[in-house]
Design a protein around this ligand. Structure first.
Ligand SMILES: C[S@@+](CC[C@H](N)C(=O)[O-])C[C@H]1O[C@@H](n2cnc3c(N)ncnc32)[C@H](O)[C@@H]1O
Length: 213
């Protein structure tokens, strides 16, 4: 799928839809099939982060990949960041990358499945994680996000605004669908076409801010 990759992931398919699990993601990293990785924090997220006032916010980035947003947060003096990813080699790599901040207790890196994670956060940042999970887990995603946030905590970031497409990530969606999914758990403060998407994603992203209810 062009938004994510120029190469098509090569996984032997025993069933029609491959299991989108730890092995799947580790295979993608091992084979450098990481077309989602834009190499820097997306402008929509850096703009959002720039208007946050408290540097003490407990911030979670699930499905963090190379966690460019975390680099940006650290550069901007945020000091309570947790990163989660299910792909072990990636986690080992970012543990090295962020060793200094880990030693300073400003950042944690956890190798775990987001759906198994317990914690409490003021803010959770979304950047191509929602589109990476199998669509049947979307309700679980909304519920888990709600559970992980403090009262009035926020979930914010980017969602694709495009058809669902194939058997592998990225899985799309649209505004109506997202509204229906999140409205029972969150006050939808913003869910709008993103005006500062990176070029390959222009016109196909929504920027959102959801407040836990
Ligand atoms: C499409 S990539 C996005 C990475 C990063 N957010 C970015 O934008 O560059 C999805 C990431 O989510 C991770 N992931 C997928 N399912 C996960 C789960 N259930 N729990 C934690 N991480 C998961 C994958 O290993 C991968 O790093």
């Amino acid at each position: 799928m062009e938004i994510f990759a120029t190469k098509i992931v090569q996984i032997k398919r025993l069933t029609k839809m491959p299991d989108i699990d730890q092995l799947y993601w580790e295979h993608r990293y091992k084979n450098a099939q990481t077309g989602w990785d834009i190499g820097y924090a997306s402008p929509a997220l850096t703009n959002y982060i720039n208007q946050l006032e408290s540097k003490n916010l407990r911030i979670l980035i699930p499905g963090c990949g190379n966690a460019y947003e975390a680099e940006f947060l650290l550069e901007n003096q945020f000091e309570n960041i947790t990163l989660i990813d299910i792909a072990r080699p990636l986690v080992e790599q970012i543990e090295q990358k962020f060793a200094h901040s880990i030693a300073q207790n400003k950042l944690k890196v956890l190798h775990t499945d987001f759906f198994e994670h317990n914690g409490e956060y003021d803010l959770i940042l979304e950047q191509t994680f929602f589109c990476a999970i199998p669509p049947q887990k979307r309700l679980g995603y909304a519920k888990k996000m709600h559970e992980l946030l403090t009262p009035s905590g926020k979930l914010s970031g980017l969602l694709f605004d495009m058809p669902m497409l194939g058997e592998e990530p990225p899985f799309g969606g649209n505004r109506d669908e997202y509204r229906e999914l999140f409205a029972p758990y969150f006050q939808i403060q913003t869910l709008e076409p993103c005006t500062n998407s990176i070029k390959p994603r222009a016109g196909r992203e929504l920027f959102f801010v959801l407040r836990k209810t």
